[in-house]
Design a protein around this ligand. Sequence first.
Ligand code: CA
Length: 357
Amino acid sequence: MKRRDFIKTAGITSLATGATIAAPVVHAKTKIKWKMVTTWPKNFPGLGTGANNLARLITEMSGGRLNVKVYGSKELVPAFEVFDAVSRGTAQMGHGASYYWKGKSEAAQFFSAVPFGMNAQEMNAWLYHGEGLKLWTETYKPFGIIPAAAGNTGVQMAGWFNREINSIKDLQGLKMRIPGLGGEVLKRAGGTPLSIPGGEIFTSLKTGVIDATEWVGPYNDLAFGLHKAAKYYYYPGWHEPGTTLEALINEKAFNELPEDLQSIVTNACKIANQDMLAEYTARNQLALDTLVNKHKVDLRKLPDEVLNKLKILSEEVVSEIAAKDQLSGKVFKSFKKFSQQVKNWHDVSERVYLNVR
Ligand code: CA
């Protein structure tokens, strides 16, 4: 009996000692809470839900060890203050598009959309298997932010107009919501570009603050009801041929994570990046059918003459941005070289296939 008691007691002692040693297990289960601020209206189809998807992936993949809570624009900070909020650590993550931050760095614009530049498939190739992500990381480094691709819309639409666009002259005097490099091109064509957050577009167009707008594509544009504010819906989105959405990650917060959680954050971004493109590809035509058949939207292709002139102006604008500072020049050089390489490949693969199928 005594021996049994001894063994029993020893076991308890051992368990008790073990509890102290087991402290790291408890530590590994410590819950880290992150905030993700976004440039999108809360739960907005495609973009806002893309941010939700990313937060959910990180939370689920980490078994709740890293819990990410999403805030729509204006919930914590306004849309265009997302970059600063992540930079100063008010939020550990952000979700937006890099062309919104050209005031921080001109080079940032190359990582979202370049007029007549690379499409979604090509952007991902440059980012993941070219120099793209490395250069993007270098661009955000001075702000204490780590970037990641975290969504793509595919080719967008040229936008909503209340006047016909038959020649480049029809863009003169046009007040249009169009961000980034596309906006610079419109300015060169005699128009006035404005950068307005998504949530304010409909009212601006309806009340005549702007004459025209681009937003994303049928799936998103239908959700905003833009067909109730403009008559003509033009394509293609020459200015945004495959816009990369981004995750912004506070560098200090990221570096404080254990390696497995860092890997989860990085790879969740990759999954979210791919999934958003799949969602847009799946839903855009259904929404376009609704716009054309139910709402009788006048769907039109921009004349080749207009597209050719916009292309010439785009080349001017992009070259000038590249000459503004050393980093922009370096990013442009890499972008241009990679674009040419994938264009040559796609000239004998994707382009030919799409034309023959
Ligand atoms: Ca757009």
